[in-house]
Design a protein around this ligand. Structure first.
Ligand SMILES: [Zn+2]
Length: 253
């Protein structure tokens, strides 16, 4: 059967000397694996359609269910800015890896829109790859992805009694939920601030999140703490291997 698929290349693996097997996040949110025959040794065909981060359209022949065969590939958008240096590439690989993990937990076109929209942001925000914007961006991608997968509750309210959280709260790591100071004796201002930050990231558009400049060290430390605790929660929520989460939390669990 011949079919076509559009999406973002999440991963490329070399196979059988000159083949590339890619994992594609399709526009409808499902994951698809496809084989480019002989592309790694081809002098006439471009490798760019198999490159992670590229937005592509493929014509496929699906002989067996697990890996489809690429008959024709068209590069729609290379997303060059993401491939322009170490920092962009490393953020790109974290985003793509997270997308793959989330897509295996849920099929949702919202997930595709989140990742595609996130990649567009780099064209608008020149500082996306610098701190604190890179941390804000990646944390926002992850909290939204988790929300799409139904793994977070309402981050402004206590998970036990339902009261709105105040200046003190307790982050119930590894769950992405918070307790108020009536329901926990271990509340802190730092956790209340984390809840507030995550609630904002889940709700606000990238442009309003990223245009706020709060470049002091205290703010960056706060964001790093949120990012690190969130990585622990993700590892518990989704049992997929994650070098990015490992790097943040100091090694595999
Ligand atoms: Zn409570």
């Amino acid at each position: 059967m011949i079919e076509s698929a559009r999406g973002i290349v999440l991963r490329r693996k070399k196979d059988r000397e000159s083949d590339a097997v890619i994992t594609l996040l399709c526009e409808d949110g499902r994951l698809l694996r496809a084989r480019f025959h002989g592309i790694l040794q081809s002098k006439t065909r471009s490798n760019l359609t198999a490159e992670p981060g590229s937005h592509v359209e493929l014509v496929l022949q699906s002989k067996d269910a697990s890996i489809a065969s690429v008959k024709e590939g068209t590069l729609l958008e290379r997303n060059d800015v993401w491939k322009s240096g170490y920092r962009p590439l490393s953020l790109l690989s974290s985003v793509l890896e997270f997308a793959e993990g989330m897509a295996s937990a849920c099929d949702s076109d919202d997930l595709y829109r989140l990742i595609a929209g996130g990649m567009e942001e780099a064209r608008v925000h020149a500082r996306l790859f610098e701190e604190p914007e890179s941390i804000l961006f990646f944390t926002a991608i992850r909290i939204r992805g988790l929300t799409i997968a139904g793994l977070t509750g309402d981050l402004s309210y206590c998970a036990s009694c339902g009261e709105r959280l105040g200046k003190q709260a307790r982050w119930s790591v590894p769950e992405i939920s918070f307790l108020c100071n009536k329901c926990s004796e271990e509340t802190t201002e730092a956790d209340a601030r984390a809840a507030h930050t995550l609630a904002r990231m889940a709700a606000e558009g990238f442009s309003s999140l990223l245009s706020v400049r709060q470049g002091d060290n205290g703010y960056i430390d706060h964001l790093k703490r949120v990012e690190q605790l969130l990585a622990i929660c993700i590892r518990h929520a989704l049992p997929f291997p994650s070098p990015a989460a490992d790097a943040l939390t100091g090694g595999p669990a």
